[in-house]
Ligand binder design. Structure first.
Ligand SMILES: [Zn+2]
Length: 266
């Protein structure tokens, strides 16, 4: 069920609903004009029943054949045009929001935003896709801890965070390809690893990140954030990790060994 403003073209949707698959359309979902994709599982006459919602909007209820509806707010050209409308005469976006936060690691004076590059489509393939070798699949390294389906790594060199770890699936999956049983294992492992990291002395938080823009093989990062430094809280810690001096290797290895011991139930 999705809530649509009253002006929505229900007739158009009924036409889409007769064919299975993905369909492009245009709507004003959530009051913003945007392109949308509709996904229908099976062919058939899907009944769409507009109803007056309590909030004055119309609810469209799909009787069947709809698996999910994915709203795509802006295509790459729209996104770029929208962003650049806020740029100055040099094509630079203004400093705002995060640069004023107490956790931001740079002073505003002298800082300027790099120019936003134009859309590049198709995007260059990541490692492990589009004919690029997958370093994860090619590696025999089982990391510092592993089980039948997962491997946990630390890196050869350290960085500013006291401990950085990476969880990786043994088999080649991206996050969104994970079968349900692997996804369930991953969820439990993330909790166990984060719990072990936060159980280390002088560690306040285990930050968990999945970006996935470099490699197609699922890998999840854990950053241990040191206790006692509210300035290092939050998303900027990924930058602080690069700015702070590298943690001595023996100290990092001792922490990593403690996490492994916790995972092994020691
Ligand atoms: Zn792979």
């Amino acid at each position: 069920m999705i809530t649509i403003p009253r002006a929505f073209d229900t007739q158009k949707w009924q036409t889409f609903a007769r064919t299975p698959g993905r369909h492009d359309g245009h709507s004003s979902v959530w009051g913003l004009s945007r392109r949308v994709h509709y996904h229908f599982e099976r062919s058939g006459e899907s009944r769409i029943q507009p109803r007056e919602g309590a909030d004055g909007l119309t609810d469209l209820r799909f009787s069947h054949a709809v698996t999910y509806i994915q709203a795509m707010p802006l295509d790459p050209t729209d996104f770029y045009t929208f962003a650049m409308a806020s740029a100055n005469s040099e094509g630079r976006l203004p400093l705002s929001r995060m640069t004023g936060w107490e956790i931001f690691p740079f002073e505003r004076e002298g800082l300027r935003v790099v120019r936003l590059a134009e859309p590049q489509l198709p995007e260059p393939p990541r490692h492990g896709e589009g004919g690029n070798a997958c370093r994860a699949c090619d590696s025999e390294d089982s990391g510092i801890w592993s089980d039948e389906h997962w491997k946990l790594f630390v890196f050869d060199s350290t960085s500013g965070a006291p401990l950085v770890m990476m969880l990786q699936s043994r088999e080649h999956f991206d996050l969104t390809d994970l079968p349900d049983d692997r996804a369930a294992e991953m969820g439990q492992l993330i909790v166990r690893i984060a719990r072990a990291i936060e159980g280390l002395p002088h560690i306040a938080r285990a930050h968990v990140s999945r970006w996935g823009d470099g490699g197609a093989h699922l890998h999840i990062f854990f950053f241990a954030r040191p206790a006692g430094f509210p300035q290092l809280r939050g998303t900027c810690f990924a930058l602080w990790d690069d700015l702070l001096p590298a943690t001595p290797l023996d100290i990092r290895d001792a922490d990593a060994a403690s996490v492994v011991a916790a995972l092994n139930g020691a």
